[in-house]
Design a protein around this ligand. Structure first.
Ligand code: SF4
Length: 345
């Protein structure tokens, strides 16, 4: 079924989402960056019976592999779609959760101004386990410039309501929007942390055709953050959230032929998270080496960290070489980053 997409989050191991994309339907806005048809790769909203069929078909495959899945309604603004349609979809999902033990819950994404106690009661009655708010920024200036149609205060209010309902809170942010700055993004992260979400998704802006951002980009009025600037920023965001026990369950848009076809600019890389994690390791290595004289060193690290330590296309080794440190990376179980001068080995 075209409306579905399945992925496993790296940090949750055998936990996956069966993502069901609900396109633009129900959304009264046209945010500067959004062309939901491109992002969700679909134009037709799925019917409840298609969802039931898909979940029934997927259940044996998930059970066989011992994978537990959440049924995730992503794409548009789930709580803003016509109420009857929303409850039909929830009915289908909740029936699957009751029938197949491999489905552990239901999650959805929506706008901060489409949350109320009334809607939360409905979601809860169908067993909704997590709601992700597309906050995008906590700067009112950025929200306004990108025609989001809601304020940072709306995000705060919705977050409080969701947490009060007992449903897990997730927050989504973007970087590099029109009129955005690195400082704004770091401020957004700090404001998110105050709202205590369980999870966060970070999406560097991808500029798509058929959007207002696309037009601003083509006219030269707007340019997003560079790739390198975004990697540095995301490294900082990732560390900030992790220090506060908030899981970053996604960094960067999923690889998709539709996005690749319609992309005009911005930051899009299928291995973005790996690159960002590698940048974090580079920072740590730089910090340790700074205290040591320039020269030849061996860095020991365990198997899990080898590729992050070396960096994509040996990026970290190359950068350290430019600073006068000639590094060899070797695998050693139990080590994270042990720096040893070559002559001591
Ligand atoms: S609210 Fe969401 S679905 Fe609606 S235009 Fe904005 S990004 Fe797109």
């Amino acid at each position: 079924m075209k409306q579905t997409d399945k992925h496993t989050d790296r940090q949750t191991g055998r936990q996956t989402n069966i993502s069901i994309f609900i396109p633009h339907i129900g959304c009264p806005h046209k945010c500067s960056f959004c062309d939901q048809r491109t992002i969700s790769g679909t134009q037709k909203p799925p019917r409840a019976e298609d969802i039931s069929a898909l979940l029934e078909e997927q259940a044996p495959h998930l059970s066989e592999r011992g994978i537990s899945a959440e049924i995730a309604f992503f794409g548009g603004s789930f709580t803003a779609i016509p109420r009857e349609y929303m409850t039909e979809l929830l009915e289908a999902a909740s029936a699957a959760v009751k029938r197949f033990p491999c489905y552990s819950g239901i999650r959805c994404s929506t706008r901060p101004d489409c949350i109320s106690e009334e809607v939360l009661d409905i979601l809860k009655s169908y067993g909704m386990t997590a709601i992700e708010l597309g906050a995008q920024s906590m700067s009112d200036e950025v929200l306004k410039a990108n025609e989001r149609g809601h304020s940072a205060e709306d995000v705060r209010k919705a977050a409080v309501l969701i947490r009060g309902s007992g449903i897990e809170l997730g927050l989504q942010m973007m970087t590099g929007l029109y009129k955005d700055t690195v400082e704004n993004c770091l401020y957004t992260a700090d404001e998110f942390i105050k709202l205590s979400p369980k999870t966060v998704r970070v999406y560097p802006t991808v500029i798509l055709k058929n959007t207002r951002l696309g037009k601003l980009f083509e006219s030269g009025e707007y340019k997003s953050f560079s790739f390198d600037e975004t990697v540095d920023l995301c490294a900082e965001l990732l560390q900030k959230f992790e220090r506060n026990d908030i899981r970053v369950i996604r960094l960067g848009l999923h690889a998709s032929p539709d996005v690749e076809r319609d992309k005009l600019g911005g930051v899009y890389h299928p291995a973005l998270r790996e690159i960002v994690e590698s940048r974090i390791v580079l920072r740590e290595m730089t910090e340790r080496l700074k205290a040591l004289p320039k020269g030849d060193y061996t860095i020991f690290t365990d198997k899990r960290n080898i590729s992050r330590t070396i960096g994509q296309k040996r990026e970290n080794i190359r950068r350290l070489f430019e600073f006068g440190y000639n590094i060899e990376v070797k695998e050693r179980a139990g080590e994270t980053l042990r720096v040893v001068p070559k002559e001591e080995i």
